[in-house]
Ligand binder design. Structure first.
Ligand SMILES: NC(=O)c1ccc[n+]([C@@H]2O[C@H](COP(=O)([O-])OP(=O)(O)OC[C@H]3O[C@@H](n4cnc5c(N)ncnc54)[C@H](OP(=O)(O)O)[C@@H]3O)[C@@H](O)[C@H]2O)c1
Length: 330
């Protein structure tokens, strides 16, 4: 992690800020926008489709706008009058009209330029562990690396902070929930690519907390923070933990790489691309931190084993309701 404090006009007090969150309707965005609103900040969230953010519209200080942020003039409008911008926009697979280059690199270039024009100096940028413009094994990670290069090159005009999380878990994740869905569909038997790939799963509430903390901490400017949970687990261990928390049968067939590649090629052709060759390539790199940025931010990240039961297992509201119902029927 690097940190280079500089003098800046950005407010670093805990006073309420006006923030624009790109990608604020997604899994991480939903948690972050809720935390920002709870901290009293006013948050503008552009979305391609208003319905994607309707769960946010109940939050009192959140303004949802349906716009195309790839259009520079429109992006400039949503940034106008903001103290800070947070970029969470990301895709795991390309679709027609949404390439890694357009979504991860070109959008960031437009954001840097429009932020300069709108005089928004503070940028929190979401990257990913393993991002590297030249050496990463997948196009996803190379495009994330290229975006980081663009952000760092704008250091004269921007007080930026970059975050690079490992895989993120939480109630609406596409990690534990996706594997559970697949297990249930396949009667508890899961052919798994890169079963021994290592991750440090990180809780979405902690990731959002890191962004909120950075907004009030001048020392994070110019810094890149890797974000990892406390435990290093293989993909197989993560799937088994999710299945155990949900009480779902789980038999894992660890695929050799040549079959996993084939799985990526075949599923990459299926609508919605549940898995792709590029995803396989990302998994060839362990997603673990060299230096966990949470320590510098004063946040103690939560363990997967502690949080899973709160949204998959016996501590969920639904499970509690079922226990109450069962009691009432006795
Ligand atoms: N989840 C993880 O485990 C993980 C791990 C490491 C890094 N990350 C990074 O964290 C960020 C957030 O991830 P997430 O899991 O919250 O993703 P997500 O749930 O898929 O949300 C993606 C967000 O990006 C917006 N978006 C998607 N495609 C877009 C496009 N073509 N143009 C404009 N906006 C677009 C969506 O907005 P609308 O649909 O409202 O327009 C949505 O708000 C991403 O950059 C991701 O690469 C995630």
């Amino acid at each position: 992690m690097t940190a280079a404090p500089r003098s800046t006009a950005v407010q670093f007090a805990t006073a309420p800020l006006k923030i624009c969150v790109l990608g604020g309707t997604g899994f991480v965005g939903t948690e972050l926008v809720a935390q920002l609103a709870a901290a009293g900040h006013s948050v503008r969230v552009p979305t391609r489709v208003l319905a994607h953010g309707k769960h946010l519209s109940v939050l009192p200080t959140v303004e949802l706008v349906a716009v195309d942020i790839h259009e520079p003039r429109v992006l400039g409008d949503v940034l106008a009058g903001r103290d800070a911008v947070i970029n969470l926009v990301g895709i795991l697979n390309e679709r027609s009209g949404a390439s890694f280059k357009a979504v991860h690199v070109e959008l960031v270039a437009k954001l840097i330029e429009e932020a300069r024009i709108a005089q928004v100096r503070r940028l929190l940028h979401m990257s990913a562990l393993g991002a590297d413009a030249a050496r990463a094994p997948s196009r996803y990670l190379r495009s994330k690396g290229e975006a980081e290069v663009r952000v760092r090159a704008a250091a004269q005009a921007l007080d930026f902070t970059i975050f690079r999380p490992s895989v993120i878990f939480g109630p609406a994740d596409s990690l534990t929930n996706r594997f559970l869905r697949l297990l249930r569909l396949a009667a508890g038997v899961l052919p798994l690519a890169r079963a021994r790939a290592r991750f440090a799963p990180v809780y979405v509430g902690d990731v959002a907390g890191a962004f909120v903390r950075a907004l009030s901490d001048r020392a994070t400017c110019g810094g890149t923070f890797e974000l990892c949970g406390p435990d290093v687990l293989t993909l197989e261990q993560i799937v088994r933990a999710a299945a155990a928390a949900a009480g779902t049968r789980c038999r894992i067939l660890a695929l050799p790489d040549f079959l996993a590649r084939l799985q990526g090629i075949v599923l990459g052709l299926v609508p919605g691309k549940p898995f792709s060759l590029d995803n396989f390539r990302s998994l060839t790199l362990d997603s673990v931190c060299r230096e966990n940025g949470f320590a510098r931010l004063g946040i103690e990240p939560q363990r997967l084993a502690t949080v899973l039961p709160t949204y998959l297992g016996e501590l969920t509201a639904a499970a509690h309701l079922n226990r109450l119902r069962a009691g009432a029927e006795r």
